[in-house]
Design a protein around this ligand. Structure first.
Ligand code: NDP
Length: 264
């Protein structure tokens, strides 16, 4: 299926590894030019360079912490300088947490609010004018199944991702008149390098291998009994970015191997 994305321009926050990188690859394979941002400058620039040479597209890597307002503005400035207009924005940067509500301080809540919610608000304010120049666009938010089905150890993650889902809905209503479609994806267990690292730490000295640990988690939680790959998720993002998904507006899509225990 030709997604007719060739020559479009996409910004991907957290595009240097894991899900964001897989989305970057999937879009580049369709001929989309990219601006990837992340905090680790070397990694984001190297990945952008590699994708550009692998897929024959333009790709720029920008060092930015999207939880900081001024750095979001720097991303928009880089997009303006490199491309002038933007067709696709993927709000993907994020990370899990671990705390109790009773013990976590305000600073912790604020950090995750800035990272998962305000980054998407601020990027919308900065990037939507560049989408209007293009005559429309697509915004996708990476939230999480935890927005609906919370994991006990990470209440701040659950709450801020739930807020991102609602932001996506409200933004969709506000922007569809500009021909900008906003949707949110709630992934389940997606096997990124970070999961492997965590599994390595948790299994150290236990006699259990990383693979066994990950298999156990997948079997205990998902009917499909395995993790998803970032690539399996990325195909869905590419579809949602395309005109083939023209009637998809303001929705939240689960890609979770059946993990969600309720019907939506
Ligand atoms: P990774 O940790 O593998 O990648 C996270 C990416 O975000 C990296 O590029 C990282 O680069 C970047 N990033 C993190 N913090 C910031 C920041 N403050 N500013 C800019 N960039 C940042 O995560 P995943 O690929 O697993 O997750 C991607 C998204 O998907 C997250 O929002 C996560 O919550 C969500 N998700 C993941 C699931 C999974 O199972 N993997 C399940 C459900 C949701 P750098 O460190 O250089 O900044």
């Amino acid at each position: 299926m030709d997604l007719e994305l060739k020559g479009k321009t996409a910004i991907i926050s957290g595009g240097s590894v894991g899900i964001g990188l897989a989305v970057a690859e999937a879009l580049a394979a369709e001929g989309v030019n990219l601006l990837l941002c992340a905090r680790n400058e070397q990694r984001v620039k190297e990945e952008a360079q590699r994708i550009a040479s692998d897929h024959g597209v333009q790709a720029v890597g920008v060092k930015a912490d999207v939880s900081v307002a001024a750095e979001v503005s720097a991303v928009a400035a880089a997009a303006t300088e490199s491309y002038g207009q933007v067709d696709i924005l993927i709000n993907n940067a994020g990370t899990g947490s671990s705390e109790t509500i009773m013990e976590a301080g305000d600073d912790r809540w604020q950090y995750y609010w800035d990272l998962h919610v305000m980054a998407a608000v601020r990027l919308a304010r900065e990037i939507v004018p560049l989408m209007r120049k293009a005559g429309g666009g697509v915004i996708l938010n990476t939230a999480s199944i935890c927005a609906k089905q919370p994991l006990g150890y990470e209440p701040i993650y659950n709450v801020t991702k739930a807020a991102l889902v609602m932001l996506g809905k409200c933004l969709a209503n506000e922007l569809i008149g500009d021909n900008i479609r906003v949707n949110t994806i709630n992934p389940g267990l997606i096997l990124t390098p970070d999961w492997r690292k965590t599994a390595g730490i948790l299994t150290e000295g236990t006699g259990q291998s990383v693979e066994e640990y990950l298999d156990d988690i997948a079997r205990q939680n998902t009917p499909i009994a395995r993790f998803g790959t970032p690539e399996e998720l990325a195909h869905f993002y590419a579809f949602l970015c395309s005109h083939k998904a023209a009637y998809c507006v303001g929705s939240t899509y689960y890609v979770d191997g059946g993990w969600l225990k309720t019907v939506e």
